[in-house]
Design a protein around this ligand. Structure first.
Ligand code: AMP
Ligand code: MG
Length: 549
């Protein structure tokens, strides 16, 4: 049965918000400083004249803690071992509030798949409030899947275990990989069943409900500004922009037209940095709508994302995107620019001049190109002082990887193990040089033509490394710092989900532990570094994902 809760806003079952010993104080500058939706009822509607609506999480029947992140708990300064307490579970499931929490859902819009979609908003995310940690850093806690809000549109405000495991694991893994991202504190199941039609093909079924507590300095999106610009609510636009600059970009200075431009430029640069990191590790977001783009340059809203197994710039994990492939791996840099353009338009009423915004936007391409070159050089063990034909060396390699099914993660990791020290300038390379790379190929028996061209490329690479005067030992060490051994491959997450749905969360927790040291060898975990098995090639959840979550 779906225990679809009635609209919340009802009395808390355990009475008033409470104090838990040792817990940091909660408050909410967002609700203190920005205009609230005056309507208190929690019915689906267009919310105008406000940045957010106050809303209570929906009480759930039987919460159970599946996993938590110790690092995030420490970051927030939560008491040691807090996750073992009944209170922690109650708060992370939305059943109780701590004193100082003032829960709210924010109003935002967005461009989805290239079209303006109007009001979207936090349809199932409820912000609990914020903590200032001991280092003075601000963190907002948000429950995803905690029930209906005025922004739920036709959906139920809930999340299922499948997508929650994926969000929880991936956001922590991305952090440890060095990719800017929102974090995840906890993953709980609700004890309730939620109906989902995973592939929108009429085959609905019940799935376990779940809630992830996400953590970030802010969850403000490009679409948070677009909605006010689209509605001509310029006072709100300014209020949210000023609040965001004062809160998250205080170094930029007092809000003014030139400050807005400088701020936009910083968003452009941060976005470029984030995309470079996605490209480094083979991450495909899958649904880069402007409502899923953080103004802090954080990876946000993990839905039908995926990791490249075989290097294929044309791959998109999202079945909804299978036709146009708008959000395919190789297009992510262009899409980010398209999205920034939309944000720039939304900020225009604050600046009232197109040229400075246009100029700020060009910072994206400059930053991305610089970042991409440095990143690819690092993946090859080269220093940043690049040589003229490095760009060609990189693009020829990427063509080669795409030409035959080659596992991206394994290839770069194993490239560090190819012996180059012993190769002299004039040597024609022998096939045996390729030995460390062979595990990266999905069709090793169909490589005849490929091996020849790969050896030619390796010869060029060997010469370049020799010119840089870099011994194998040093190169290997440097490359292993940027080429991860472990990513939470799509099929691994799916295996963990299969088990978790049977009530066994051991693999979720094992993958969480694994993901904390993605660049270390971790010999006991070697099986998690293997390439995608053949059965996962077309299995739902492993190669095809949908927005249904
Ligand atoms: P997404 O594609 O997941 O980023 O979601 C796009 C919009 O749909 C956002 O406004 C979400 O809050 C909303 N949404 C997605 N799933 C649900 C759901 N199950 N219930 C309510 N709103 C949802
Ligand atoms: Mg979203």
């Amino acid at each position: 049965m779906v225990t679809q809760a009635p609209f919340p806003n009802r009395e808390r079952p355990d009475g008033a918000a409470f104090d838990a010993p040792g817990m940091p104080k909660f408050r909410s500058r967002f609700t203190e400083q920005l205009p609230a939706d005056p309507e208190a009822s929690n019915n689906r509607r267009q919310v105008t004249g406000a940045c957010y609506s106050r809303v209570q999480p929906t009480r759930v029947a039987n919460p159970r803690l599946i996993a938590h992140s110790r690092e995030v708990a420490e970051l927030l300064g939560l008491p040691a071992g807090v996750y073992a307490s009944a209170e922690f579970l109650e708060v992370m499931s939305g059943n109780r509030l701590l004193r100082g929490m003032d829960p709210y859902a924010t109003c935002y819009g967005g461009h989805q798949f290239g079209n303006w979609a109007g009001q979207l908003g936090d349809g199932r995310a409820i912000n609990l409030g914020e903590i200032i940690n001991q280092q003075g850093k601000r963190w907002v806690l948000q429950l995803k899947g905690a029930g209906l809000t005025p922004y739920s549109r036709s959906a139920d405000g809930l999340a299922v275990l499948r997508s929650s495991v994926r969000e929880f694991l991936c956001s922590e893994a991305m952090h440890h990989l060095g990719v800017p991202t929102t974090r995840a504190l906890s993953l709980v199941t609700t004890g309730e069943q939620v109906m989902r039609d995973m592939f929108y093909d009429g085959k609905s079924k019940y799935e376990p409900g779940a809630i992830v507590c996400r953590v970030a300095p802010s969850f403000t999106r490009f679409g948070s500004f677009e909605i006010f610009a689209a509605r001509g609510e310029h006072t709100l636009l300014k209020q949210l922009a000023d609040y965001t600059i004062e809160t998250d970009f205080p170094h930029i200075g007092t809000p003014s037209p030139s400050t807005y431009v400088a701020w936009f430029e910083e968003i452009c640069r941060r976005t470029a940095d984030m995309i470079v990191q996605w490209m480094r590790v083979g991450f495909v977001h899958g649904v880069m709508n402007t409502d899923n783009m953080s103004v802090l340059g954080l990876t946000i809203d993990y839905g039908p994302y995926g990791w490249l197994d075989n290097f294929d710039p044309d791959w998109t994990p999202n079945t909804t995107d299978a036709h146009g492939k708008r959000y395919r791996f190789g297009r992510q840099p262009d899409i980010a620019l398209w999205n920034l353009h939309k944000l720039g338009n939304a900020l225009y009423p604050l600046v009232k001049e197109a040229e400075p915004l246009q100029e700020a936007l060009s910072a994206y391409s400059t930053q991305f190109n610089l970042g991409w070159r440095a990143m690819m050089a690092a993946k090859l063990g080269l220093s940043e002082s690049e040589q003229e034909d490095d760009g060609q060396l990189v693009s020829d390699l990427l063509d080669l990887l795409a030409a035959t099914e080659t596992d991206m993660t394994i290839f770069f990791r194993r490239l560090a193990d190819v012996h180059l020290d012993s190769i002299a300038q004039s040597d024609a390379l022998h096939e045996s040089v390729m030995q460390p790379l062979m595990t990266a190929y999905y069709t090793p028996d169909r490589l005849e033509d490929h091996i020849g061209t790969m050896l030619v490329w390796l010869g060029r690479y060997a010469r370049r490394i020799r010119n840089a005067g870099m011994p194998d030992r040093v190169r290997r060490k440097q490359m292993n710092r940027v080429n991860p051994k472990y990513v939470i491959r799509n099929y691994l997450a799916q295996l963990a989900i299969d088990k978790a749905e049977q009530g066994d969360s051991s693999m979720v927790n094992e993958l969480l532990e694994l993901s904390k040291r993605p660049y270390d060898e971790q010999p006991a975990m070697e099986h998690y570094a293997k390439k995608r098995p053949d059965w996962a090639r077309r299995r739902a959840g492993c190669s095809m994902l949908s927005c249904s979550s």
